[in-house]
Design a protein around this ligand. Structure first.
Ligand SMILES: [Zn+2]
Length: 163
């Protein structure tokens, strides 16, 4: 496990959202999360035709600085393979979530926690679980903000393996 998991955000994301995200992440993963500060997305990752940032391109750029184990909140829409998404994460690398389409800080935190799970090595889950895929807004609203027992056990094993 990383010594600490970094939280970046862009300047338009309010502090209370960032704080709420950090609190939920700490509850679920019992890791040290560190709010690093503002990070501005690079303009060459902007897709003009979609009026969105390309999530994979943004993560690739973070990879160039060897920044891993992070999540990044931005207020502009995101796309992956030309489709709009709430967020995106890559295992052992990092994740990114947009606040632009999620109305409450509860929903934002839940979406961030799902992608952070992916970064930490959890897979998608078919139980009533945070790690179930929110393929639509309805599903995101109704799924729980906690891991199911299977995912909790998996996560404990992952923590030992990385330690
Ligand atoms: Zn699960």
């Amino acid at each position: 496990m990383p010594r600490d998991f970094k939280i970046f955000y862009n300047e338009n994301v309010p502090d209370d959202i960032v704080d709420h995200v950090e609190m939920l992440l700490r509850d679920i993963y019992s890791l040290s999360f560190r709010i690093v500060g503002v990070r501005i997305p690079r303009q060459d990752c902007w897709d003009d035709s979609k009026h969105s940032f390309d999530a994979k391109a943004l993560l690739r750029n973070m990879g160039r600085d060897s920044t891993t184990f992070f999540t990044w909140l931005i207020d502009k829409p995101l796309i992956v393979n030309q489709e709009n998404v709430y967020g995106y994460g890559e295992t052992l690398k990092g994740s990114i979530v947009t606040t632009s389409k999620l109305a409450t800080k509860t929903l934002i935190a839940k979406e961030v926690a799902f992608h952070v799970g992916t970064v930490l090595g959890l897979k998608k889950c078919s139980e009533d679980c945070l790690m179930s895929v929110s393929e639509n807004f309805e599903r995101l609203i109704h799924k729980p903000s906690i891991l199911c027992n299977m995912c909790k056990m998996k996560y404990q094993r992952l923590k030992i393996r990385y330690a």
